[in-house]
Design a protein around this ligand. Structure first.
Ligand SMILES: Cc1ncc(COP(=O)(O)O)c(C=O)c1O
Length: 439
């Protein structure tokens, strides 16, 4: 593949466009653990694309399923009609989800999944005669995508500041359960910190539980830089939500489908939320697809009224697109047939050992790991926060033949679940080499 002649028209998302177009990084093809650039150079993919290619790139059964589906049914509406693979995939996802979470609403992305879940939570409150519950409580440094609901409950300042005013009823955020001075370089989930959930009590005291519809959290905060939940934190949040009649939403767009060694983080932490959002790994990142898994109690509240009445005024043209669903079915088969969730549980310890060996490397101020994911904080340049992070992406690509993910000045590693020990070593040594060069 040759370089395109003109890079000016495409406005890249979440990218410094002017610098990128002076020195582009083009990915032309992919296979397994690697991307390849236009000259054929192999680049080790250290973050599963964007935390999505959990079974590795261009897996044959998925590619074949998409090809077959495209030849059979290019599109079918799921408003008032449907097609078989949407039902089949919903059933498979519900079977992986915790017991009692049996209903799946499809959208096309994690952002749409977050906004759909927030809307379902508010609509549910109205359905059960508690319409005063409108508040949606997020968490500091959370990422729930880029739509207005998601950035409102989200807590990443740069994603919010240019776009105010945001959604009413979303001003309150729980603290991130993290304290750098006492938690830096923790391996896995911190032992203490469950008490961070108690901040919800303060909000209940301030506003009244009767005004709060839902709390939304990522089981581990991914985009902020891999912050695992302290032991029992999610359990405590669950019991506080129960006490006050508040719905609990887990945003599992990153954590589902093997990233923490299970179908869902809900299983790893033994906590069943009321709603789960998912996207990415559901079909190995191959065709846009996301969704919300809804517990039976919430779903049932919508299932009344006259026969002709639509129960939820929400949906997207491509909700449950035939190609995305076919890819999802093939992906879930692959996860099962190759025992990839179990493999992730094994490799998690290899990643933990390897990544914590970076303690003491230049500029490293914290290292965290959770499931098959790790975050490495780089001391920011006080005059130019984010510059070192961006430099790390460029150096990893140009000098270490690696594609890494960086948010601000934090490097995230989240390899596909097929990764082997040598590849983890290469990733970590590549990061070490990059850190040595940062100024
Ligand atoms: C927890 C979480 N929610 C939502 C999203 C948004 O997903 P998308 O980019 O598919 O809209 C992401 C993306 O990384 C995410 O990590």
């Amino acid at each position: 593949m040759s370089l395109p002649n003109d890079l000016s028209s495409f406005w890249l998302p979440f990218t410094p466009n002017r610098d990128f177009k002076r020195r582009p990084r083009l990915l032309a093809r992919a296979d397994g653990m690697h991307f390849y650039d236009e000259s054929g150079r192999a680049l080790l993919d250290a973050c599963s694309g964007l935390w999505c290619v959990n079974a590795g790139h261009n897996r044959k059964p998925i590619v074949e399923a998409i090809r077959k589906a495209a030849g059979e049914l290019d599109f079918a509406p799921t408003f008032q009609f449907a097609h078989p693979s949407a039902f089949a995939l919903a059933e498979r996802i519900a079977a992986l989800a915790p017991a009692g979470m049996d209903h799946v609403f499809f959208v096309n992305s994690g952002s749409e999944a977050a906004d759909a879940a927030l809307k379902i939570a508010r609509a549910y409150a109205q359905r059960i005669g508690q319409g005063s519950r409108f508040r949606l409580i997020g968490r500091e440094r959370a990422y729930h995508g880029v739509n207005f609901g998601g950035i409102s409950v989200g807590g990443i300042a740069n994603n919010r500041k240019p776009y105010g005013p945001l959604v009413p009823g979303t001003d309150d955020h729980l603290p991130l359960p993290y304290d750098k001075p006492t938690m830096a370089f923790t391996r896995g989930e911190p032992d203490s910190g469950a008490h961070y959930a108690d901040a919800l009590e303060n909000l209940v005291a301030l506003h009244g539980a009767e005004t709060i519809a839902a709390v939304i959290v990522e089981p581990f905060a991914g985009s902020a830089g891999v912050f695992g939940p302290p032991k029992d934190y999610l359990k405590r949040l669950r019991s506080l939500c129960d006490r006050h009649g508040i719905l609990l939403i887990f945003d599992e767009v990153i954590t589902a489908f093997g990233r923490v060694g299970h179908g869902f983080a809900a299983e790893r932490y033994g906590v069943t939320p009321d709603l789960i959002t998912f996207a990415k790994g559901v079909n190995n990142g191959s065709v846009p697809l996301g969704g919300v898994i809804v517990c039976d109690r919430v779903h049932q509240a919508f299932m009344d009224g006259p026969d002709h009445a639509i129960e939820l005024f929400h949906g997207n043209t491509y909700s449950g697109h035939p190609l995305a669903c076919a890819a999802g079915l093939a992906t879930l088969d692959l996860y099962r047939d190759e025992n990839l969730f179990e493999r992730a549980r094994k490799m998690e310890h290899v990643l933990e050992e390897a990544v914590h060996s970076l303690k003491g490397a230049p500029l490293v101020s914290d290292i965290r790991n959770c499931g098959l994911a790790a975050g490495i904080d780089i001391e920011p340049d006080p005059k130019a926060p984010g510059r070192r992070g961006y430099d790390a992406i460029r150096r990893a690509f140009n000098e270490e033949n690696m594609v890494i993910r960086v948010g601000g000045d934090t490097i995230a590693l989240a390899p596909a679940l097929i990764v082997n020990e040598d590849e983890i070593t290469r990733m970590v040594e590549g990061v070490r080499a990059v850190l040595m060069q940062l100024s």
